[in-house]
Design a protein around this ligand. Structure first.
Ligand SMILES: *Cc1c(COP(=O)(O)O)cnc(C)c1O
Length: 409
């Protein structure tokens, strides 16, 4: 076989252009450090979009990957396997749920949740109980059902007729939600902290109110914990710190630390409506993915690890507050655990991408959430030394952005 030479330019020749990746090409990662093909190093505050919660190349995950890789990768759902059963046991032991369904992504976990909610409501109440209530700015994935349910119309428009029976209401507006939830409501789907929508935490009273209204009208409450789950907010799932229990919970992103896997968790009573053949998947719950996710769940459910999330959260918020004292560019610093957002004030409106680019030039990988919010979702075990070094680089990047703004103003 001859070697094929590729670089960032190759992307523009051979990839479907739905992404606009950075100018450098990452090649290798260890912990919270990443190196590109030129050998430059980066401090990673993005974690592959809240995915690599145990960092890159975690030794215990590598061990499982090698061991299970030697045994069995895939067998198909006409057979079960021990890793998926152990994973389901761990997740149901940790949570309100009795049952698990595994898929390959967050969108697929939500697709399963929404289909199950529809099936449950139609089985129990007839064909009119189909209304799904969702919130503006929410993000639930990129399948056609999940973009239609998601609260960012630009992702759903231009593809022809959308699935019907979906309503969008303002997030954290309980009176409006209470007005809307009624006998026709099949389900309410909500992120405990909106991730893509700008790192907006739900008010506890909002989630409690949704729970009560759902109970009153026999509607299912679905928590999309694809981004907030698996330790991200400092508890294994965010619902645990809100004290509000959903009927269905979806999980993905950090669940496989980069190996694609998603999960839908629910109760015995609800799960019974997904009978044999009603829903399915080829890869979902295959032994390779399940064995890695099982190890991820084991490691992240450790209370010591979760305590560390809050320590790192405080450290990041302190760095952001200090930077804000110096430059005055944030109107708000918010979030829970290691899902943190810093919103730019009016003077820097729509400049989040500029900060992200300047950060990359200074050796930092970070995220934004919309045009105005810097987002931090690093490894939950990020070494404090990397965290501090990363913020020294971010401060330099911000110096450059603020300096350039001062010149142009
Ligand atoms: C990322 C995300 C999804 C979609 O997950 P994919 O794995 O990209 O399909 C769904 N919901 C939330 C809240 C997310 O953050």
């Amino acid at each position: 076989m001859t070697d094929i030479n590729v670089n960032r330019g190759t992307f523009d020749e051979v990839m479907v252009p739905v992404f606009a990746p950075a100018s450098f090409v990452p090649e290798r990662g260890r912990g919270s450090r990443v190196w590109d093909t030129e050998g430059r190093d980066y401090v990673d505050f993005a974690g592959g979009i809240a995915v690599t919660a145990l960092g890159h190349g975690h030794p215990e995950l590598l061990k499982v990957l090698h061991e299970q890789g030697e045994k069995l990768w895939h067998i198909g759902n006409g057979y079960t396997n021990a890793p998926v059963l152990r994973l389901a046991k761990r997740l149901t032991d940790l949570t309100f749920a009795d049952r698990a369904f595994f898929a390959n992504s967050g969108a697929e976990a939500n697709e399963a949740a929404l289909k199950l909610a529809r099936r449950y409501a139609i089985d129990n109440h007839g064909p009119d109980k189909i209304e799904i209530i969702s919130f503006t700015q929410s993000f639930h994935g990129r399948t056609f059902f999940t973009v239609s349910v998601g609260g960012q119309p630009k992702y759903a428009e231009g593809f022809g007729p959308q699935p019907q029976g979906i309503r969008h209401l303002p997030y954290n507006d309980l009176p409006k939600a209470l007005e809307a939830i009624g006998p026709k409501t099949c389900a309410v789907i909500v992120e405990p902290v909106q991730g893509e929508g700008g790192v907006l935490p739900a008010d506890p009273a909002f989630l409690k109110g949704l729970r009560e209204a759902c109970d009153q009208h026999d509607a299912l409450l679905i928590f999309d914990e694809v981004q907030t789950g698996v330790g991200r907010t400092g508890t294994f799932y965010a619902y645990m710190q809100y004290g509000v229990t959903p009927d269905i919970l979806t999980s993905a992103k950090a669940l496989g630390n980069g190996f694609p896997i998603g999960a839908m968790l629910t109760t015995d009573e609800i799960a019974a409506h997904f009978k044999v053949g009603v829903h399915g998947t080829t890869y979902g719950g295959n032994p390779l993915g399940a064995s890695i996710a099982e190890k991820v769940v084991e490691l992240i459910s450790d209370p010591k690890l979760l305590e560390g999330v809050n320590e790192r959260s405080e450290a990041i918020k302190a760095h952001l507050a200090r930077i804000n004292e110096r430059f005055g560019l944030f109107s708000e610093i918010r979030g829970r655990g290691l899902l943190i957002g810093a919103e730019l004030n009016d003077a820097y409106k729509d400049r989040a991408k500029d900060v992200l680019n300047a950060a990359a030039a200074n050796g930092v990988i970070m995220l934004i959430a919309g045009p105005n919010v810097l987002r931090f979702a690093p490894s939950l075990v990020m070494p404090m030394a990397d965290l501090d070094e990363g913020f020294a680089r971010i401060e330099k990047a911000i110096e450059q952005v603020v300096g350039a703004a001062a010149v142009t103003r």
